[in-house]
Design a protein around this ligand. Structure first.
Ligand code: NAD
Length: 493
């Protein structure tokens, strides 16, 4: 880390009922930067007692309607103010995110801060524009179909986009009038705590938005099991996502929404309209965020007749993605989140080699900054769908290249996965594009691009990529109950 860098002041205490508090037990854990291995601060090690306190604060706030009872236009103003504060603190939040989880600071600011502020603003703006319904019943009765906040929402998020993943859940949940208890990842807890401070400053009343940092089994499980939490919204691995549904069922049958892993297929036909663009997207998207993106197109299927040309262009791009200090404003690939993730990625690289895939680029851990967690951009050719690196989510900068002969073959291979988060198809044939897009079992399919994204569209997966959708107006479905109210009408005429 550069000697001249002024670090933000970190406060690792939990945020409960509008106040910073230590864990009830007094326990803390070190928050270690993957940039260079330094301890950034100590963070409250939340556990059941802290979750209890946060849920109680959230419940009290929900029951006395200090937030849900505000006019929609008032909630809107406050959420927009919250978004403005996120933007105003953008430099500090971006630097914190980079130090905490290793992503390049230019993306932490340009992507993470901006998307977080935009998400909060968008749901804030929606609050007074979404109407309820009246059913087409006979004149003798009126049936109102209304949306009500579900109550106390527990949110558990991962470390790869700490602010964005939190915003995708807290923004619609708060906009709908709920109270929230957020448990950020133990690997990246700092920006979530700052968001809670900014929410309070914006006017979200104490108790409405609480943050309890801590480890999954110690703080996450008590939240998912809590009898007074009405809904649990989770983003993370498929392994833990399955446990979340079990915990919801074991406790109070709270609504459980899970956004989980992916192994997204990116299919390039020989009649791809722009090979350079396809190469750029294939390489750029797998190496963006160090490959730590749930929707990274980690299985690249290239039609056999163009594979050689495609790979030549892809390999020429690899030098642009060599990892470097993420605090340098020109860096495009930073550090993996921690040594555990580094070791996981290296194990997958070894398994690729051992199972017979051909290593074309990368494959090594490197040290652009001493003490940090960096892996070279890695490409394997000759991958078969049965290999571990084609089946399991690596969550690192590792691209598996496979080939195919026709549309039926590639759809079969692409769908042969437990995951179904995203997919892409590149072809100039509209019939092929549409037919393959239809046949792919994925929550989002891209045609002739991979990078379009907008808060207006749903994000989520088929199969074991999860249940429910983040983003768009559909997200309100997760954080509201639908109520029918029948009113008898006696005609005065
Ligand atoms: P993870 O499942 O290990 O952890 C996610 C969160 O769950 C963390 O906050 C963790 O503390 C908590 N947790 C862990 N064990 C728990 C338990 N027993 N009870 C309750 N909570 C528990 O995942 P991760 O490594 O943090 O994140 C990477 C995963 O997230 C990848 O699989 C990635 O695909 C997925 N992801 C999915 C999306 C999506 O929208 N589909 C987006 C981002 C990341």
């Amino acid at each position: 880390m550069t000697a001249t860098l002024t670090l933000p002041t970190f406060d690792g205490r939990a945020f409960i009922n509008g106040q910073r508090v230590a864990a009830r037990s007094g326990a803390v854990f070190d928050c270690i930067s993957p940039v260079d291995g330094r301890v950034l601060t100590q963070v409250a090690r939340g556990a059941e007692a802290d979750i209890d306190a946060a849920v109680q604060a959230a419940r009290t706030a929900f029951e006395d309607r200090r937030w849900a009872g505000k006019a929609p236009a008032v909630r809107k103003r406050i959420l927009i103010k919250f978004a403005e504060l996120v933007q105003a603190h953008g430099d500090e939040l971006a630097l914190t995110e980079t130090l905490d989880m290793g992503k390049p600071v230019k993306y932490a600011k340009g992507v993470d801060v901006n998307s977080t502020a935009n998400c909060i603003r968008w749901y804030g703006e929606a609050v007074d524009k979404v109407y309820d319904e009246i059913a087409p019943t006979p004149d003798t009765a009126l049936a109102l179909i209304t949306r009500e906040p579900v109550g106390v929402v527990g949110v558990i998020v991962p470390w790869n986009y700490p602010m964005i993943m939190a915003a995708w859940k807290i923004a619609p949940a708060l906009a709908a009038g709920n109270s929230v208890v957020l448990k950020p990842s133990e690997k990246s807890p700092l920006t979530a705590l700052k968001l809670a401070e900014l929410a309070l400053e914006a006017g979200i009343p104490p108790g409405v938005f609480n943050v309890v940092p801590g480890f999954g089994p110690e703080a996450g499980s008590p939240l998912a099991l809590h009898m007074d939490v009405d809904c649990i919204a989770f983003t993370g691995s498929t392994r833990v996502g399955k446990q979340i549904h079990v915990m919801a069922g074991q406790s109070n049958l709270k609504r459980a929404w899970t956004e989980l892993g992916g192994k997204s297929p990116n299919i390039v036909f020989a009649d791809c309209p722009d090979l350079d663009r396809a190469v750029d997207a294939a390489v750029g998207s797998i190496f963006f965020n160090q490959g730590e993106s749930c929707n990274a197109p980690s299985r690249l299927f290239v039609e056999a007749s163009i594979k050689e040309a495609f790979l030549e262009k892809a390999l020429a791009m690899v030098p642009n993605y060599q990892p470097a200090n993420p605090l340098d404003k020109n860096t495009v690939m930073g550090a993996l989140v921690d040594t555990t993730q580094l070791n996981t990625v290296m194990r997958y690289i070894e398994s690729g080699k051992a199972e017979g895939a051909q290593l074309l680029a990368g494959g090594e851990a490197v040290h652009p900054v001493a003490g940090g967690c960096y892996v070279q951009p890695t490409i394997f050719d000759g991958v078969h769908n049965t290999m571990t690196i084609a089946r399991e989510e690596i969550f690192g900068p590792v691209l598996s290249v496979l080939s195919f002969t026709d549309a039926a073959d590639v759809v079969k291979q692409a769908n042969s996965s437990i995951y179904g988060l995203q997919a892409a198809v590149w072809t100039r044939d509209i019939n092929k594009a549409h037919g393959v897009a239809r046949a792919l079992r994925a929550g989002t399919v891209h045609v002739n691009q991979y990078d379009e994204d907008d808060i207006t569209v749903p994000f989520g997966g088929f199969k074991q990529s999860g249940v429910g959708r983040d983003k768009s107006l559909h997200a309100f479905d997760k954080y509201t109950e639908t109520k029918t109210t029948w009113i008898r009408l006696d005609s005065p005429l």
